[in-house]
Design a protein around this ligand. Structure first.
Ligand code: ADP
Ligand code: MG
Length: 227
């Protein structure tokens, strides 16, 4: 199992009490599986992704990434696991304003210590695979549309060949048609790269592309009432 969450509880400080954001959540996602998570605002969807991304440490429960228990690791081991195994695409594209699309990917590769020539070729190849060609791979974020920026984010997340791909409302800034294109791109990537993909979305029209749809309600994960 590429991603396994076992009985996760996550709380946040809330005045003199604690707010339970994740209430005994379990989830297993295999290689090549595309899971969509829906649910109202504040139900815990982003918290779920943050725990799966090993960015938030749960109060209790276990997080396994490609069989490795992230909750048993120290901070350094967890950072290495995240860098090597997990691709993350957040709602806002957190691209660096001064860098071209190719350079965004190179910057990540540099952190991982790749050889420059090979890195540039692979960056171009990945950008082409998400549809950024014809010179667009050499544009900076402000010279790209919202959908194109999200494609750069996705290509960047794939650079390390992750086992797990986590995507938070990737289409919230896009019109319906571009949103559908991004979701079908993610679905194709999941098959081709064999990632365990979890996508949070508010757009019910996108659920057809998913292998499985889960609903988050008050920090609990369940099958939707009417799937
Ligand atoms: P969603 O993504 O479904 O909108 P979140 O996971 O962002 O939900 O939030 C779940 C709950 O946890 C909400 O009540 C939210 O206010 C709270 N929350 C999220 N992040 C924090 C934080 N860093 N500190 C305190 N409370 C938080
Ligand atoms: Mg959210």
């Amino acid at each position: 199992m590429n991603l396994a969450l076992h009985d996760i509880v996550l709380t946040y400080p809330d005045g003199d009490r604690r707010l339970t954001a994740l209430d005994r959540v379990s989830l297993e996602v295999g290689a090549g599986e595309f899971v969509a998570v829906v649910g109202p605002s504040g139900s815990g969807k982003s918290s779920l992704l943050a725990v799966a991304a090993t960015l938030q440490t749960p109060d209790s429960g276990r997080v396994l990434i490609a069989g490795q228990d992230a909750t048993a690791m120290d901070g350094r081991q967890r950072t290495a696991l995240r860098r090597d195994r997990i691709g993350i695409v957040f709602q806002q594209s957190n691209l660096i304003a001064s860098l071209t699309a190719v350079e965004q990917l190179q910057a990540v590769a540099h952190l991982r210590g790749g050889r420059p020539r090979a890195v540039a070729a692979r960056a171009e190849e990945l950008l082409a695979s998400v549809g950024l060609t014809d010179g667009k791979q050499h544009r900076r974020p402000h010279q790209l549309s919202g959908g194109e920026r999200q494609r750069v984010n996705i290509a960047r997340a794939l650079f390390a060949e992750p086992s797990v791909l986590l995507v938070d409302e990737p289409t919230s800034a896009l019109d319906h048609e571009r949103g559908e294109q991004i979701v079908s791109l993610l679905s194709g990537i999941t098959r081709e790269h064999g990632t365990a993909t979890v996508m949070v979305t508010h757009d019910k029209a996108q659920l057809g592309a998913a292998d499985r749809v889960l609903e988050m309600v008050d920090g609990r994960l369940a099958q939707p009432a009417a799937a």
